[in-house]
Design a protein around this ligand. Structure first.
Ligand SMILES: [Zn+2]
Length: 200
């Protein structure tokens, strides 16, 4: 029997050539967008076995740094943080965690950590985001929603403390006291109306 590590490696490798969708398919026939697989260090996430019943949200972040720097930070055993995907400003996609695993990106109440997929946007809250980055993020988000039956709508305001399915910014993830998260990303320069218009 294969070790879990070998299996994950295989899933990751499959992702890079665009057939990862087959391994994890829950109904969508669309091919997974191409990603550059750059695995996070195993000490920066929780190994899990999530599927469509477990993944209910997509959280959009801004990395406050370059995409390359972010991906390499997730590979640093001291980081204690990880997100599944990072999108460079030119639209290039990195994947650091298999979707089945739990990333350490959301903070706040545990449901959001356990049931979401994290996407980091390379760049800064204070800067704008190029169209290629919107297009690429929307393509990936659309695929994830199809794959895991995540509603293709943005949640309104701060999420329900006990869990709220959909697409959201990090600032919408409720803190442990069920109030607003102390994060501000993706911030006012991320055009949500435009982004959501691209999610198909
Ligand atoms: Zn964030």
């Amino acid at each position: 029997m294969e070790s879990r590590r070998d299996l994950l490696k295989k899933l990751g490798a499959a992702s890079t050539v665009g057939v990862g969708a087959t391994a994890l398919s829950t109904g969508s026939a669309a091919a997974k967008p191409a990603v550059d697989w750059e695995p996070a260090h195993s000490s920066n996430y929780t190994s899990a076995d999530r599927g469509a019943g477990d993944i209910a949200g997509v959280v959009i972040h801004v990395a406050q740094g370059s995409a390359e720097g972010t991906v390499s930070w997730f590979q640093n055993p001291d980081a204690n943080v990880s997100a599944h995907y990072t999108i460079r400003d030119d639209g290039y996609k990195y994947q650091s965690l298999s979707d089945i695993n739990i990333g350490w990106h959301a903070g706040g109440t545990q449901w959001y950590t356990d049931h979401t997929i994290g996407i980091e946007l390379g760049g800064y809250v204070g800067s704008g985001f190029p169209d290629a980055q919107y297009q690429s993020t929307a393509e990936l988000t659309s695929w994830l929603c199809d794959q895991y039956d995540v509603p293709k709508s943005r949640i309104s305001g701060v999420g329900d403390c006990y869990g709220e399915a959909g697409i959201m910014g990090h600032h919408q993830v409720p803190e442990t006291d069920c109030g607003y998260n102390d994060h501000t990303d993706p911030g006012p320069n991320w055009d949500w109306d435009y982004f959501m218009s691209l999610v198909y």
